[in-house]
Write a protein that binds this ligand. Structure first.
Ligand code: FES
Length: 105
C-alpha cells in the first residue's frame, strides 16, 4: 500500500510501505522530514503527529486511549490529528494521505 506524506511546505513524498508497518516507520525508513518519532513508536512522544486527510479519517479508525491523551498535549492538535506510529498500513489504506504539522518541520 502507498502513503503520501506532505510536508508543511507542501513537498510530497509518495512511498510504498509493506502492510503491517506503521505510517511512522515508513517515514523514518525513508528519511521523510517532519516525523521525528523520538520514542520509537511507543506512543509516548507525539513527535510523529500527523493530520490525516479527511477522506481517510474513517479508515484510520479512532485513537486509542493513550494516543488520545498524548494528542491532548500537542499544541497543534486538530480533530484529524493522529500519531503516525499508531496507524498500521493495510491494503485498505492504499492511497492514504497524511500531512505533517508545522512544529515538526
Ligand atoms: Fe513517539 Fe509515535 S513515535 S508517539
Amino acid at each position: 500500500p502507498q502513503v503520501t506524506y506532505i510536508e508543511h511546505d507542501g513537498t510530497e513524498h509518495r512511498i510504498a510501505l509493506e502492510a503491517g508497518k506503521s505510517v511512522m516507520q515508513g517515514a523514518v525508513d525513508n528519511a521523510i522530514p517532519g516525523i521525528d518519532a523520538d520514542c520509537g513508536g511507543e506512543c509516548a512522544c507525539a513527535t510523529c503527529h500527523v493530520y490525516v486527510d479527511e477522506a481517510w479519517l474513517a479508515q484510520c479508525g479512532t485513537p486509542g486511549e493513550q494516543e488520545a491523551s498524548m494528542l491532548s498535549f500537542a499544541a497543534t492538535a486538530a480533530p484529524n490529528s493522529r500519531l503516525s506510529c499508531q496507524i498500521t498500513m493495510s491494503p485498505a489504506l492504499d492511497g492514504l494521505i497524511v500531512r505533517m504539522p508545522e512544529a515538526q518541520h
